[in-house]
Write a protein that binds this ligand. Structure first.
Ligand code: BES
Ligand code: ZN
Length: 611
């Protein structure tokens, strides 16, 4: 380990400006100046204090003088308490450096500008995060499965790395990292990196591949590990880890399927950390260590497409990264495509078809409520929080584009193309323009008559779904639609024996928006929906229960909102509740109790519902 760091130091110091791929587009969501001085490595030394809800310590940044003349380094920060900045030419003798923190911008935070004397190659910043850092959630023991120890996790994407590390927080700026994390006695730390055995109560990590800041990740808690194969495994609280390892036992197969399609997995291990239920997302593709919600532990592997998705990001996103948040579809659209290819390889075409059809239906539904300008793939985020562009559009409209190309050019050709794309741009950040240029040169120009059928511009720059876009159909879901119609017209529940989660979900969504209590109750008795252990089904049922004022589900709804913090689940539930005055007061009462347990970004999303 030490050796590889030494080698790295030498490589960084001796590298000429030209040898480094430069950021390719101005990122409006970062104040950093990587075109002048770029940060190539960060070495963190942080102490984890649950009492103060803060990370406190130092970050040493290794600089690359890109234009050779700049004497100021500009970094992103948000709510950081900076206590000093120092510079050094040798990473051992540091001298104090003047710095300035700009007044905070609501979206971007504060730019930290540090004066860099000629010859300085290292900057050390002593700092602490705020207890309300947007990228951290500090959980009380009650919010964990074990109920005895606190828990901390980070969530950096898109622009929250800056709330706990002073960095150039742009996906176009790639760096390696190392860390020493000091935790309270008995608690472990894990990161999106390789680790050494813990010594002196501190945990040490190394990420020797260049990644954007949004992929740096940390979690601390009572964390156990269970292996699921030579390269894969699961981290979780001790009472959860075995169930999670069973649920995800196909990870090795998934990894092999992905490698077979798109080339070698370049990150060493692939592990999943299952977090407590307040985790605001389904999953987050932190390299080597996906972070995941426990709400996917259904007991029957029915929701493991989430793992396929996060694993797919090891190619699309982590290896080839969107250069700005307007290019987010390059991460997510490509990833949904690969996710479904993995699903098909491991669980069969039937499952893939169902998920593709459900995906398009969700896209159509969400698009109906979006302004036209947000239904293009390359979104204009000027003056906006990048979170605003993070709808299903980059995911599912992006998927439809890639699927249309696949159908037009044939699988074999498209697979070969994708593999070459990942090789060509490996460990780089690319813009939409770069990605499309490469597509035109390496695929479209070779078969113009096929390329002519793909309305590339309509996908990328025009609103809506192009008329020629694929419309994936699954026979199984068609039967579920029929079953819903049968219930709506004749109150007869079809034989649902052997139905998958996807079929049941589709059946529920295809039912009429208004049903009588008797109809709701008959469904509930037959399908045990209020007590479903499958969160995807339960959330759909709770939505319907609110809309139809089905009171036997009230208790389950309250319980769900008080424990689950996954934004995709809870936002629609609150939104449905507040449609009526009575529901609104229920929502207020529940939210008053639940809010403290939600992640800062989930809190912000829910707060906005009442504005
Ligand atoms: N990278 C995203 C999570 C993300 C998106 C974090 C936007 C911050 C901003 C991750 O890969 C993802 O897409 N997760 C999905 C699940 C997936 C199966 C579609 C989620 O969390 O719902
Ligand atoms: Zn994703």
């Amino acid at each position: 380990m030490r050796l590889s760091l030494l080698v790295l130091t030498t490589a960084l110091i001796s590298c000429t400006p030209k040898s480094m791929p430069q950021p390719t587009a101005k990122d409006i969501h970062s104040s950093g100046n990587p075109e002048q001085i770029a940060v190539r490595h960060v070495d963190l030394d942080l102490n984890v204090s649950f009492e103060n809800k803060q990370l406190e310590g130092a970050a040493v940044l290794w600089l690359d003088q890109v234009d050779g003349t700049a004497n100021k380094l500009v970094l992103d920060t948000r709510d950081l308490k900076i206590s000093s900045a120092e510079t050094s030419s040798d990473n051992s003798k540091f001298t104090l450096a003047p710095y300035q923190l700009s007044s905070p911008d609501k979206i971007l935070g504060s730019a930290l500008t540090i004066e860099i004397p000629t010859g300085a190659r290292f900057v050390r910043i002593r700092y602490a995060s705020s207890p309300t850092a947007s990228g951290l959630q500090w959980l009380t023991p009650e919010q964990t499965a074990g109920k005895r120890h606190p828990f901390l996790f980070s969530q950096n994407e898109p622009i929250s790395a800056r709330s706990w590390i002073p960095l150039q927080d742009s996906p176009a700026v790639r760096l390696t990292y190392s860390a020493r994390i000091k935790t309270p006695a008995g608690l472990s730390a894990v990161m999106s990196a390789e680790h050494d055995a813990a010594t002196d109560g501190a945990f040490r990590f190394y990420m020797n591949e260049r990644i954007p800041a949004y992929l740096i990740a940390l979690a601390v808690g009572d964390i156990a590990f269970e292996s699921t194969g030579a390269r894969t495994g699961v981290y979780a609280e001790p009472s959860v880890v075995h169930k999670a390892a069973k649920e995800f036992e196909d990870m090795t197969k998934m990894l092999e399927a992905a490698e077979h399609l798109f080339g070698p997995y370049r990150w060493g291990r692939y592990d999943v950390l299952v977090l407590p239920p307040s985790f605001p997302f389904g999953g987050m593709e932190n390299p080597r260590l996906t972070f995941a919600t426990p709400t996917v532990l259904a007991g029957d592997k029915s929701l493991v497409s989430l793992v396929a998705h996060e694993m797919a990001h090891s190619w699309s996103g982590n290896l080839v990264t969107n250069a700005t948040w307007s290019d987010f579809w390059l991460n997510e659209g490509f990833t949904v495509y690969i996710e479904r290819r993995i699903q098909e390889a491991v669980y069969g075409r039937r499952r893939e078809e169902m998920e593709a059809e459900l995906g398009r239906a969700e896209l159509v539904q969400e698009m109906a409520g979006l302004p036209a300008k947000d239904t293009v793939l390359h979104v204009d985020l000027t003056g906006r929080d990048p979170d605003d562009g993070m709808t299903l559009v980059p995911y599912e409209k992006g998927y439809l584009l890639l699927r249309q190309i696949e159908e037009q050019f044939g699988r074999e050709r498209f697979d070969t193309y994708l593999r070459a794309y990942f090789d060509h741009f490996a460990f780089q950040s690319v813009t939409t323009a770069q990605s499309l240029d490469y597509l035109k040169q390496n695929l479209f120009q070779k078969a113009p008559e096929l390329a002519a059928k793909i309305p590339l511009d309509a996908y990328v720059f025009q609103p809506g779904i192009p008329p020629s876009a694929p419309d994936p159909k699954s026979e199984a879901l068609a039967k579920a639609t029929e079953a819903a119609q049968l219930y709506a017209t004749q109150n007869t529940i079809a034989n649902t024996q052997g139905w998958s989660t996807q079929e049941l979900l589709h059946f529920l969504r295809a039912l009429p928006p208004h049903m009588t209590t008797a109809q709701m109750s008959a469904l509930d008795n037959r399908l045990h929906l209020t007590h479903s252990g499958n969160n995807e089904i339960l959330q759909q049922w709770l939505l319907m229960s609110i809309a139809n004022d089905y009171r036997p589900a009230n208790q389950a709804l309250e319980q769900f909102l008080l424990t689950v913090g996954r934004r995709k689940y809870i936002k629609p539930l609150y939104a449905e509740l507040i449609k009526t005055p009575e529901g609104n007061s229920r929502a207020n009462a529940i939210y008053a109790r639940a809010r403290a347990g939600y992640h800062p970004i989930a809190q912000a999303t829910m707060d906005a519902l009442w504005k």
